[in-house]
Design a protein around this ligand. Structure first.
Ligand code: A2P
Length: 338
């Protein structure tokens, strides 16, 4: 009999938690016992996994007995409190929140970029910020070839990054606007329907210089994952009325020239990256076509002649999958493969 692993999903009723379960199922991850954990509000609710019904349990300090892998996606404060209990029980915690990402003792991993860091874990492996994951996946082969000096990124982020209730808010608000009805919003600080919000409030507060926490995450996490503090990164993160799939305009400056053809060649050879780059045929990455896919898509590749050596790229991926659930399950797959 092949070996199986006891797995806990913390935040199993949430947007990412549900995708974690679906991804374990899609990848046929060798799950033995599965423990689904959420708040006391959800205790007793049912969820299906591989055709079998499971009961959601309330997350408690002793929830991790016998668990080998604990996937966390129930918010930073829950991770801060409960990840240590999971580790104490002997589990490896793969944490999708920002709670431990910048801790020097915690590896921050994108398996296509720094897979060996997985094995430096002392019980916790952090899953990076969604916008950062898809960007570094594309930066890595270009950095290896031409050394990236500077990155300027602007994001167009889907509402699902703010959870299930945010998706509901976009749909209900869109309907209300179309019907010219009042809508009382509870998630976003401004109307998200038919709008673009240059702030991701769910990601935390405002930091020095007026940067949002999401922007600072992109700046710091990129350097940590790429293992290169010399890469200068600046970011503007924007929420757009898209349900699923983050899009990014990424401008990079390199030490040597990368032609469009070379960039396409390098990216096409990169694991889990798909080049969609034929403007004449209207072929470029789109949020709606990246939804539900594990890969990251790149297109609109152009040389930037305002600097000595530069490139512009358009990068899209499903924020709930590569940006969260799939990256976490991919880490778990590498971990058990050893
Ligand atoms: P619940 O559904 O019981 O509130 P999303 O990101 O889609 O908003 O989901 C957040 C996830 O985090 C949900 O599964 C939610 O469970 C879970 N969660 C929120 N607060 C707690 C808590 N105090 N303890 C355990 N899980 C929590």
């Amino acid at each position: 009999m092949s070996k199986t692993y006891s797995v806990a999903v913390v935040g199993a009723t949430g947007a990412v938690g549900q995708e974690m379960m679906r991804t374990l199922e899609r990848r046929n991850f060798p799950v033995g016992e599965l423990r689904l954990l959420a708040s006391e509000r959800s205790a007793g609710k049912k969820a299906m996994f591989k055709g079998k019904e499971y009961t959601i349990q309330e997350l408690k300090e002793d929830s991790f007995e016998g668990i080998q892998i604990a996937l966390f996606s129930a918010g930073g404060s829950i991770s801060k409190k409960f990840v240590p209990y999971a580790v104490k029980s002997g589990a490896v915690a793969i944490d999708n929140t920002s709670a431990f990402r910048m801790d020097p003792n915690v590896p921050l991993v994108v398996p296509e970029v720094n897979p060996s860091d997985i094995f430096k874990n002392k019980g916790i492996i952090a899953n990076p910020n969604c916008s950062t994951i898809q960007m570094v996946q594309v930066l890595k082969p270009l950095h290896d070839f031409a050394k990236i000096k500077r990155v300027v990124v602007s994001t167009y982020q889907a509402v699902s990054g703010a959870g299930m209730k945010a998706m509901e808010e976009l749909l209900k608000e869109t309907e209300a606007v179309l019907q010219k009805k009042e809508y009382k919003r509870s998630i976003f600080p401004h109307q998200i329907a038919f709008n673009a919000l240059p702030r991701i409030p769910q990601s935390g507060g405002i930091e020095e210089g007026g940067y949002t926490n999401e922007e600072v995450k992109m700046i710091k996490e990129t350097k940590k994952i790429m293992g290169d503090n010399s890469i200068a990164v600046t970011a503007t993160c924007v929420r757009v009325p898209v349900l699923r799939g983050h899009s990014e305009s990424v401008n990079i400056e390199t030490e040597k020239r990368v032609t469009v053809e070379k960039a396409r060649e390098l990216l096409a050879a990169t694991e889990n990256v798909i080049v969609q780059d034929d403007i004449e045929k209207e072929l470029y990455p789109l949020a709606i076509t990246s939804a539900d896919k594990f890969e990251t898509f790149v297109g609109r590749i152009r040389e930037d002649d305002t600097v000595k050596y530069g490139l512009n790229l358009w990068v899209v991926s499903d924020n709930l999958l590569k940006g969260a659930a799939w990256n976490a399950v991919q880490i778990a797959e590498k971990l058990i493969a050893g």
